[in-house]
Design a binder for this molecule. Sequence first.
Ligand SMILES: [Zn+2]
Length: 106
Amino acid sequence: MAEQQARTKRPRGQRRPKHVPQRTCAACREKEAKRQFVRIVRTPDHRVEIDLTGKQNGRGAYLCTRRSCWNKAVTGNVLERALKVTLDQETRDILHRYADHHFRDE
Ligand SMILES: [Zn+2]
């Protein structure tokens, strides 16, 4: 009978609002929750790596999964500016190869 009145109250105020981190593609500047972003990180010893865990230490930049964005970011100076680093040819090749294998043009 009185069971409906005895609803359990959840301690709402104690929970912090969920923080959804915003990612912005360094090349197209698009923010899209649905789109996957790949983190590129400049490691503390100044190498540039693709950070698939998203947790690697260092300065990070995000690129969306459009190959055109990767081409733009890697060939031009988008990534260099974002990471404040100079990309050597080997790193550029690695990034280009990664994009070639994983993404396609849209
Ligand atoms: Zn993009």
